[in-house]
Design a binder for this molecule. Structure first.
Ligand code: GTP
Ligand code: MG
Length: 137
């Protein structure tokens, strides 16, 4: 059984979409092993987004993720890592297919960073790393 680190990003929390996003995860048949309202820190985000350091959207991404609380979850279920990525849809909310979280609920606001409502781990290796960052033992 896989575990995935899922975040409702600050845009999703501010817009009151946490319930809708959790509803979709549970309706899919995945379960919640952990769920917490958290305020990120620069240090935590530097670890979480290490792969993006130096990219043009990195600083706006960190500022965005610090702009309000996030809901951090550990989602559990067979194949839930690719399964949640599929529920979330494409990174760019304009391109994300209708039926997905980003496609149905997200849009481009013309800002320096894509505000796309959710994060989900992209591999088993990322999931283990990210769960260790957000929910240290
Ligand atoms: P996450 O689940 O948040 O990791 O999204 P992802 O895996 O679909 O995207 P990725 O890890 O490549 O990028 C992390 C985040 O940076 C994205 O979710 C966006 O918020 C932002 N981002 C990524 N690529 C771009 C880009 O090309 N332009 C802008 N403006 N923002 C980007
Ligand atoms: Mg990613």
């Amino acid at each position: 059984t896989q575990q995935s680190l899922v975040l409702v990003k600050p845009d999703g929390v501010k817009r009151g979409l946490t319930g809708e996003i959790v509803r979709r995860i549970e309706a899919k048949g995945y379960t919640l092993a952990r769920l917490e309202l958290r305020t990120a820190t620069r240090d935590l985000l530097a670890q979480h987004y290490a792969e993006h350091e130096g990219k043009p959207f990195y600083e706006p991404l960190v500022e965005f993720m610090l702009s309000g609380p996030v809901v951090a979850m550990v989602v559990e279920g067979h194949q839930c890592i690719p399964g949640f990525r599929s529920l979330a849809g494409a990174t760019d909310p304009t391109a994300a297919a209708p039926g997905t979280i980003r496609g149905d609920l997200g849009r481009d606001w013309g800002l320096a960073v894509q505000q796309n409502l959710v994060h989900g781990s992209d591999s088993e290796e990322s999931a283990a790393r990210e769960i260790g960052i957000w929910f240290p033992a």
